[in-house]
Design a protein around this ligand. Structure first.
Ligand code: MTE
Ligand code: MO
Length: 272
């Protein structure tokens, strides 16, 4: 509260210092200053009764704490209620929101905004599964990590369209098992579309998603499901830039350019 008044006064004095050389503007500034001073006074006035009310409320409350087993206690409760002054500070603010809107509401709005922002970040960074499923899902990284029975980790071989190759280690959940055991995918489903936050999209048939033996053309012993990874080369994706998940697919056969089928920053998985 004091900060707001300080800022108003500071702004006023800065304006005076900056404009005082311009004689033509002084009366205008003076008028403005008077208005601002008036605002400060109104605000000060508005504060006074409330500042008095808070300790009053506290003394009521502490009196109320005393072991009074008579009608007096009820009377006290009723007076506290009718004044709108209760135990916590939140209730006290309700009592004078009209007078105090500058102070009280700005705090409330700020708090609300940060709550909403936090919720949005959580929603943005969750893995959403929708469409032909019995259970729509919105899973946080923590929830996915807890699905120990369907976690898969391995070295995926990749070949991209320019012919470059390599291996990358990924850890995540088995997509088919996720759809089957957590989302209860419907029997009529035919496709699974994976969309990214930048609009990138890959569509797979159900059979492609069911397949548990994608290959690495350089390693005959390797076998992979399609996974939703949250960890690449032992490092988790940052949540700063978007959802921390990547769809990773092995090769169907030797020469399969599998890398473009990966989807970074997954937004949604839609069963169609
Ligand atoms: N969201 C998103 N995912 C994407 C792409 C993209 O542009 N956006 N490019 C694809 C292509 S063409 C390739 S080769 C790989 C690159 O994978 P990397 O980012 O793990 O190197 O990501 C694929 N996934
Ligand atoms: Mo690519």
């Amino acid at each position: 509260m004091k900060k707001s008044i300080f800022i108003v006064l500071l702004a006023t004095s800065m304006c005076l210092a900056g404009c005082s050389s311009d004689a033509g503007k002084i009366s205008e500034i003076q008028a403005e200053e008077n208005r601002e001073t008036a605002t400060v006074e109104v605000v000060e006035e508005a504060r006074k009764p409330n500042e008095q009310k808070v300790p009053e409320a506290k003394s009521d409350v502490s009196a109320n704490d005393m072991p009074v087993e008579t009608d007096e206690k009820t009377a006290l409760d009723e007076s506290v209620k009718s004044e709108g002054v209760h135990w916590g500070n939140e209730d006290v603010t309700n009592d004078y929101e009209n007078n105090q809107s500058v102070f009280v509401d700005s705090n409330a709005v700020e708090k609300q905004e940060s709550d909403i922002e936090e919720e949005l970040i959580v929603a943005e960074n969750s893995l959403k599964i929708q469409g032909l499923v019995e259970t729509d899902l919105s899973l946080s990284l923590e929830e996915l990590k807890a699905m120990e029975d369907i976690i898969f980790e391995g070295d995926f071989y990749w070949l991209n369209s320019f012919g470059t190759t390599g291996h990358t280690h990924f850890k995540g959940v088995n997509l088919w098992k996720l759809l089957e055991t957590r989302a209860s995918i419907k029997s009529e489903a035919t496709f699974v579309s994976v969309t990214a936050q930048d609009g990138y999209k890959m569509q797979f048939t159900i059979d492609q998603v069911k397949k548990q033996d994608y290959i690495d053309e350089t390693n005959p012993d390797a076998s992979f499901p399609i996974i939703v990874a949250w960890e690449e080369n032992k490092e988790e994706y940052s949540t700063d830039k978007g959802a921390p998940f990547k769809l990773v697919v092995g090769q169907k056969e030797a020469g399969d350019t599998n890398k473009p089928q990966w989807v970074s920053d997954i937004d949604k998985i839609i069963v169609e």
